[in-house]
Design a protein around this ligand. Structure first.
Ligand SMILES: C[S@@+](CC[C@H](N)C(=O)[O-])C[C@H]1O[C@@H](n2cnc3c(N)ncnc32)[C@H](O)[C@@H]1O
Length: 318
């Protein structure tokens, strides 16, 4: 029998490998139950074609399911699959497509994932669109959230919210200092007097990040080398939040639609092993820049303006 050639990475770093090609056949060659987290943002089914192509809304679920079946096979039993997916509008109408909800239902009903929790990424810097409904006829408001479906292979994926605690608000800090009298809220919620400093508040499932500053080094380098940056990057804080929440150091993280490899950068900063696959050579070539800058961990995961923040851990690249 003719052996299939094992794909060679386009580049490697201390923690990861970036492969050029279609992720579907590459996943078929990866070992079962070898991955702790699949974090990805697939091409969305937008009604206008992005330069890298989108499956049309009605074909989207059919297109996506073969990838998802591989993801299910590759995940360890306590592994997670986090899909960042933007919504879309019905072409020619001020109504929303249901494709990302249909996808979620198919991933659970047909592939066998569990919905561990849904998250929303709020990007305050999103431009108002579609212009026709939002700024011309003014009958809809700005759509500024992406859904992140956190799926798991079993009902008990590895997760620890203590690793993503948010700094207490000034009000909470005052309470911690002053103490609290036990009370029953009008809602019936019982607040005990046992309130103590637990190191921060548990974050909500709404994550607020602008998009750009956290890609600063990558953008600078693209400009310097005359390369077009990837048009649909997410901020590095987004994968960082889930890496900390759902994985341990040295766990393996996989991104089958890597684009500019933001997931790889977040893993490198956080000391997680990573594998990234991207089908477009120009995007993967430019993604090398992500590994030539300062790769210390982000100090502030929750900076609302999307800047990378002051770095606190030693650089991996001297
Ligand atoms: C939304 S972008 C990902 C952006 C990425 N999260 C970032 O921050 O740069 C989706 C990417 O998936 C890639 N893609 C589409 N089909 C693919 C496939 N079958 N295998 C690998 N990559 C694919 C596209 O070229 C595109 O760059």
């Amino acid at each position: 029998m003719k052996r299939r050639e094992v794909a060679k990475p386009l580049y490697e770093t201390s923690y990861g490998k970036a492969f050029l090609g279609d992720s579907l056949p590459l996943m078929a060659d990866m070992p079962v139950a070898s991955v702790n987290l699949v974090f990805t943002s697939p091409p969305y089914a937008l009604h206008f074609k992005k330069e890298y192509g989108n499956a049309a809304q009605r074909d989207y679920v059919k297109w996506f399911l073969p990838f998802a079946r591989h993801v299910h096979r590759l995940l360890r039993d306590d592994g997670s699959f986090v899909v960042d997916i933007g919504g879309a509008w019905t072409p020619g109408q001020p109504t929303r497509s249901l494709y990302h909800f249909e996808l979620l239902i198919a991933l659970c009903r047909e592939v066998g994932f569990y919905l561990a929790q849904e998250f929303y990424w709020y990007n305050p810097a999103k431009l108002p669109s579609p212009a026709e409904w939002v700024t011309v006829r003014k009958v809809r408001v700005k759509d500024a959230v992406n859904c992140l479906w956190w799926l798991s292979k079993t009902p008990a994926p590895k997760a620890d919210n203590q690793r993503v605690l948010k700094e207490y608000s000034p009000d909470m800090k005052r309470l911690v200092k002053r103490g609290y009298r036990a009370t029953v809220r009008p809602s019936g919620h019982i607040i005990t007097a046992k309130f103590t400093d637990r190191g921060g508040s548990i974050p909500p499932n709404l994550l607020t990040y602008g998009n750009n500053d956290s890609n600063g080094h990558y953008l600078e380098q693209c400009k310097k080398h005359g390369l077009k940056p990837h048009p649909a990057r997410f901020p590095v804080q987004l994968p960082t939040f889930f890496l900390r929440f759902l994985t341990d150091p040295n766990d393996l993280v996989f991104d089958p639609f890597a684009g500019s490899n933001t997931t790889g950068e977040a893993c490198e900063r956080e000391g997680r092993r990573w594998i990234a696959v991207e089908v477009e050579e120009r995007y993967l070539e430019a993604s090398r820049f992500r590994f030539t800058g300062d790769l210390r961990a982000l100090s502030d995961l929750y900076e609302e303006n999307g800047t990378a923040g002051v770095v606190v851990q030693p650089s991996l690249f001297g």
